[in-house]
Write a protein that binds this ligand. Structure first.
Ligand SMILES: [Zn+2]
Length: 310
């Protein structure tokens, strides 16, 4: 199969043609079967015979449904697995003994269950028009890429993966937005008002020297410093697409407003790589989905102390 460089053509899933470190790649190919984005079809009919045609993904209703394993479509709104008649089916009917049922089945994070526990706030850097920056702030701009756009793409991928893993998330922005007041205050205020447990702000670095490169997670030693450090280290240890900026992959920054203003359990700021470095920018453009998925894995490991089981 000939693939273009973009391996994230469909739902941010990565086609399985290379290894991504310690992450279980079976997940990225939907587990049970492969989807071919060039042909717009599955290679084989779903093993549960849920749908009549291998061309059908998620009951042809990708707004309401996802197919987390390549076996059955899942309705975000009802929180149930459904067969081709729209009838609710149980986890055992769907997966049998092949996969362990997650403790927290995926649900639509837009519909609160009234609990604020475990919410992860994902903040794509820049891209906000606030009264302190009346033109939408692009962040760094280099090599034809704006930081706000690439950071959003990576953040959206992390968001999708966390939701598929059953983690409740909020996105501070999902495109360019306008807000009243200071945009940095807005970012942590949104997270605080949701009762988020974690805040992960995702940025792309830039430097005067084109040699500077690598992935780094910044955290503060103030407040919940030990938690911040553990979250930073967890995200670093899950990252293998990007090389690390220094031996630890982490850095201490005690003066970042977006981190200092957050009142949940832990907050970090990820600098994925350098827009000013040709190698970094190519990796980030071509592997935004995989980088985001690995950031999600690091967050998951922080929350649950283990890799997800499928
Ligand atoms: Zn930035």
């Amino acid at each position: 199969m000939v693939l273009s460089e973009n391996k994230y053509l469909y739902n941010g899933k990565e086609l399985q043609d290379e290894l991504l470190g310690s992450v279980n790649l079976d997940w990225y190919c939907y587990g049970a079967r492969m989807y071919d984005p060039a042909l717009g079809r599955w290679h084989v009919p779903d093993p549960m015979q849920q749908f009549y045609s291998p061309y059908v993904y998620a009951a042809n209703d990708p707004i309401s449904n996802i197919d987390p394993s390549g076996m059955y479509s899942y309705n975000w709104n009802t929180g149930e697995y459904e067969n081709s008649n729209g009838d609710v089916v149980s986890w055992d009917e769907v997966y049998g003994n092949n996969f362990e049922e997650p403790d927290d089945p995926p649900k639509n994070s837009n519909e609160s269950d009234g609990s604020s526990d475990g919410i992860v706030a994902l903040d794509a850097g820049h891209g906000i028009d606030g009264s302190n920056n009346p033109k939408v702030d692009p962040g760094a701009v280099a090599n034809g890429v704006k930081e706000k756009d690439l950071a959003l793409k990576i953040t959206q991928s992390a968001n999708k993966m966390l939701q598929a893993l059953g983690v409740n998330t909020i996105m501070v922005r999902n495109g360019d937005i306008e807000v009243e007041g200071n945009s940095l205050v807005y970012r942590y205020t949104v997270a605080n008002e949701t009762g988020a447990e974690l805040l992960v702000s995702i940025h792309i670095n830039a430097a005067g020297s084109t040699d500077a490169s690598g992935f780094m997670v910044l955290y503060s030693t103030n407040g919940n410093g030990a938690n911040n450090k553990r979250l930073a280290e967890s995200i670093v240890s899950s990252q293998s697409v990007m090389s690390l900026k220094n031996a630890s992959g982490t850095g201490i920054r005690n003066n970042l407003a977006v981190l200092n203003g957050f009142n949940g359990d832990a907050a970090v700021l990820v600098e994925v790589g350098f827009l000013t470095n040709t190698s970094d920018v190519n990796t980030m453009k071509n592997h935004a989905g995989g980088i985001g998925n690995q950031i999600a894995m690091g967050i998951y490991q922080y929350l649950f102390g283990a890799e997800p089981e499928f």
